[in-house]
Design a protein around this ligand. Structure first.
Ligand SMILES: [Zn+2]
Length: 484
């Protein structure tokens, strides 16, 4: 065969091959054979990642339990196959699911007349929570959680903190049956241990001497457990800081992440010391709002409001912090994520009273509140690499909100509705009257179904409400929330 003939034949064969490939592509050949295409694509809204960069993306792709891609509308839609389902946000806001870093939702449910754990979990999902830390999980409660998990009824992620004490009672070393960070499944994990240092409803009361606390903390620290210590009043926090400093013995707290719960009264020198030691501050966004006016007469707050609820000072000092509710231990009854954020930002409680100036002097903004309940809370349980933000490789724990908390007026924050909650890629809650998950053919998406193969040119789909200036919008809004 001459060289020219060889070229002609080769070109013909290549053309035939290309035509076959294009034919197969048009028939969705790869869509049915590849297993790397996303199960779900979420797009066409305001997707706030809670990452530093990119802080906002146009679309994300999910596969199984995980987020597998984030990016532009065009890049993500190109990944779709015939089996991909779509969630069209229609301009609404998507955020990572919310984490309550300190609560007793399940353990103390009887105080709010909820009889079953399943009922509590259903309620939490409808309010936007995808993870909770339970701060008092004794043996009986842990058995209950393990059983729920084994039955596949733990539809929310739980970190269990095992108590070493309650008031003057000591529980011994029962916790050593369990491993620090032990995971029963992706839903249930041993978070750490819990110690109660003080009481505050009457006169401040300490449950441990310095020597006793040092010994207890040292033991749990040596056993490798993260330690969460309940300390409300400043003079008790001195004892706690001494014990933690002694156990850390010059090491960074980053690898232990010991935390102090509540920190209602703090002096300047203590804020500095907590920052220096890198201790995590765990405070309640539902506390010390205008519903607390009657508490102002409590001895602990009467003369110390200038030391109380210094959430802004804590954040300004660069202290790693965790947001939570401590539900049901709040004055009100509301525990929806947006009411918690609203309380944090406005300091107006459920009764609608006007907050004191001392409450308004420690404001934090909406973005800070969102972080405290997402990525920062995830850091508090060593899980910042698996949840707490919208990032490739993390669990698809997500919520759809009716509006963007970063741009609405602060007095309407509580009106934002949770429209959908997803945990690990499973839609666990959808608000009545809403339907998000659809098989390929809704509105603008219907145009993409025949353009799902990368070999075929895809037209760009218009994205309404694409607001590049959202951060500027945030800066323009001054949110006020003060605790103290
Ligand atoms: Zn608590």
């Amino acid at each position: 065969m001459k060289r020219r003939e060889l070229l002609v034949v080769t070109s013909f064969v290549l053309a035939l091959l290309l035509a076959s490939l294009l034919y197969l592509a048009s028939q969705g050949f790869w869509n049915s054979t590849t297993d790397s295409s996303p199960d779900i694509i979420i797009h066409n809204g305001q997707i706030l990642t809670m990452e530093q960069s990119p802080a906002q993306v146009e679309a994300i792709a999910l596969q199984g339990e995980y987020i597998v891609a984030v990016g532009s509308e065009s890049d993500i839609l190109t990944m779709a196959s015939a089996n991909t389902q779509f969630i069209d946000l229609e301009g609404r806001t998507l955020l990572p699911g919310f984490n309550d870093a300190h609560s007793h939702h399940i353990g103390d449910r009887s105080y709010v007349n909820q009889s079953s754990s399943e009922e509590v979990i259903e309620s939490l999902l409808s309010l936007g929570w995808t993870s909770i830390s339970e701060l008092f999980v004794n043996q009986e409660r842990l058995d209950g959680l393990i059983s729920l998990d084994q039955q596949d009824n733990l539809r929310i992620r739980v970190n269990a903190y095992l108590p070493l004490s309650w008031q003057f009672e000591r529980f011994g070393d029962w916790y050593l049956t369990y491993q620090p960070g032990q995971e029963y499944s992706s839903k249930l994990r041993i978070g750490g241990v819990k110690i109660f240092m003080d009481s505050w409803y009457t006169n401040p009361l300490h449950y441990f001497s310095q020597a006793e606390l040092n010994s207890l903390v040292q033991q749990a620290h040596d056993d490798g457990f993260q330690i969460a210590i309940h300390s409300v009043v400043d003079n008790s926090t001195d004892i706690v800081l001494n014990a933690l400093e002694s156990a850390l013995d010059g090491q960074s707290n980053q690898q232990y992440r010991h935390r102090i719960e509540h920190l209602v009264l703090l002096r300047n020198d203590q804020i500095q010391r907590i920052a220096d030691l890198g201790i995590l501050a765990s405070f309640q966004l539902t506390w010390i709002n205008s519903d607390w006016m009657e508490a102002v007469s409590w001895p602990v707050l009467q003369n110390y409001s200038h030391l109380a609820g210094r959430w802004r000072d804590i954040l300004d000092a660069g202290i790693p912090s965790l947001g939570s509710t401590d539900y049901p231990w709040i004055f009100g009854t509301e525990r929806s994520v947006m009411s918690v954020i609203s309380s944090a930002v406005t300091r107006v409680g459920e009764l609608g009273l006007t907050p004191s100036d001392w409450m308004l002097n420690q404001t934090i903004n909406v973005e800070q509140a969102l972080r405290l309940l997402t990525i920062d809370a995830a850091y508090g349980t060593f899980q910042e690499n698996v949840k707490g933000s919208i990032k490739v490789g993390k669990f698809a724990d997500l919520v759809i909100l009716s509006d963007n908390p970063l741009t609405v007026p602060e007095n309407t924050l509580a009106e934002i509705e949770v429209l959908m909650t997803m945990v690990g890629g499973i839609v666990e809650y959808t608000a009545p009257g809403h339907q998000f998950l659809s098989a390929g053919c809704v509105g603008a998406i219907s145009q993409t179904t025949e353009k799902t193969n990368p070999l075929i040119k895809m037209e760009m789909i218009d994205t309404p409400n694409k607001n590049e200036e959202w951060r500027t919008g945030l800066d323009a809004i001054t949110f006020i929330w003060s605790y103290s």
